[in-house]
Design a protein around this ligand. Sequence first.
Ligand SMILES: Cc1cc2nc3c(=O)[nH]c(=O)nc-3n(C[C@H](O)[C@H](O)[C@H](O)COP(=O)(O)OP(=O)(O)OC[C@H]3O[C@@H](n4cnc5c(N)ncnc54)[C@H](O)[C@@H]3O)c2cc1C
Length: 440
Amino acid sequence: MSDNETYDVCLVGDGSGGKGAAVSAARDGAKTLLIEAPLSLGGTSTWAGVNNYEPAAGATGLPQELYERLAEHPYAESIQRRTASYHPDRPWGIYDRSDHTDYRLTLNRRCGTALTFEPKTTSDATIDSVKEAGVELRPSTRFIQVQTSDKRVQSIDIQGNDFDGRIQAGVFIDSTADIYLARAAGRESAIGVESRNAYDEPIAPEQPESVLNNASLCYRIAPLPPEESLQIDLPPDGIDLDELRPVTSIRTYANGDRNMNPLHLMTGQEAFELGYRAYEESEKRIKAHWHPLQTRYGFERWKMTWVSPMLGIRDTHRLAGEHVLTEHDVETPLEQTENKEVVTFANHGLDFHDSRSSRQLVNGPYGIHFRCLLPREYGNLLVACRGASLSSIGASTCRLSRTMIVLGQAVGTTAALWGDDVKAHDASRLRETFKAGGSE
Ligand SMILES: Cc1cc2nc3c(=O)[nH]c(=O)nc-3n(C[C@H](O)[C@H](O)[C@H](O)COP(=O)(O)OP(=O)(O)OC[C@H]3O[C@@H](n4cnc5c(N)ncnc54)[C@H](O)[C@@H]3O)c2cc1C
């Protein structure tokens, strides 16, 4: 079928930012369309096996609501604490289920309490909340191209199983992570590490660097039932096991299975250069990654039961928007921030996953400006995903899933309240709307 349709708000991309934006826009009264890519709702935090929310300040409101929905299902989520750290003799760190059951503990980095969830139940719970809000979902559909004029998006072309056509909307929201829509509309973007001069960031290198955070293909393991005999999978040929570092971040699902996040599987540049072939290559490498864990590092009686269908990409294109969140913003504690445009806050450490040295702590919660979500000198387009306007240093702390849901909330509410006149938004009114909806 080919068609032509009109909405108040059209969202492309159904990950963390997209679901936050879609639910908020629809709840605030906008006729909202969400274009859902082939892998069902959830994006990276579900289908790339990133089934974990690290401790994060500011994750109240919609993230908390999602947690409460999950808590209604048996074995859908587990709150947990780190029980073992990496060690030269044991290349993994692990979080185990904890008796603490208060979601609020996961908002405090000092408690070190995280949350792990089942991907399918999370996707289903998200679909329920999106539909209840009145969002129209367009399943298995991709954004293909954009039509622009007068510094505005006029319409986009989408292609799916049962729909192939053009969508018009008052406001368009790019939640594709890699900002496909914003880039197709000619908006300025950046990739890699900026030089110190770019934003006067003290820890930035003298020269720009083509460095991207590592990519991971996460997988799941389960204990072997006592009656099942031990099965050691052989690693594929052609991979140097001594070269591949089996460093793994391990989280525990509510049913006791483990979520394995191989931290040094593939560099971000390699994943970028391999493009769609990166998944196939990573699949080979995880078999090699799993082999030493199983034979040398304590997982003899476990088996691999699931490989996430999406490669976990931490870092690609970022918008160069009206405000760029830099080291200066991140280092300014929230209470010292005078900027009236702040719509939420975060406090994750600077984490480059060994692509360069990291620092686990920032000075405390810092504010995120609404203008990080606005392309420069442009009309009806907003960005709600990790491709928002963040320097590579800003992105290294800010891109957490729950922070993206909350930024999505800011974008969706803005689109509904101010329509295509997004520049007229009022951040203090946005904050009031959030508070009324249960956010901090
Ligand atoms: C390995 C790894 C570990 C991480 N660990 C943690 C962690 O422990 N805790 C934490 O909070 N965060 C973690 N993060 C970060 C966090 O998961 C991501 O930054 C966050 O999920 C990104 O959300 P997003 O909405 O920006 O993008 P995504 O969730 O990736 O969503 C983008 C969506 O857009 C869709 N899309 C793309 N192109 C199109 C198109 N043309 N048409 C239609 N749809 C399209 C995609 O299919 C996808 O569903 C990790 C990330 C990775 C990769």
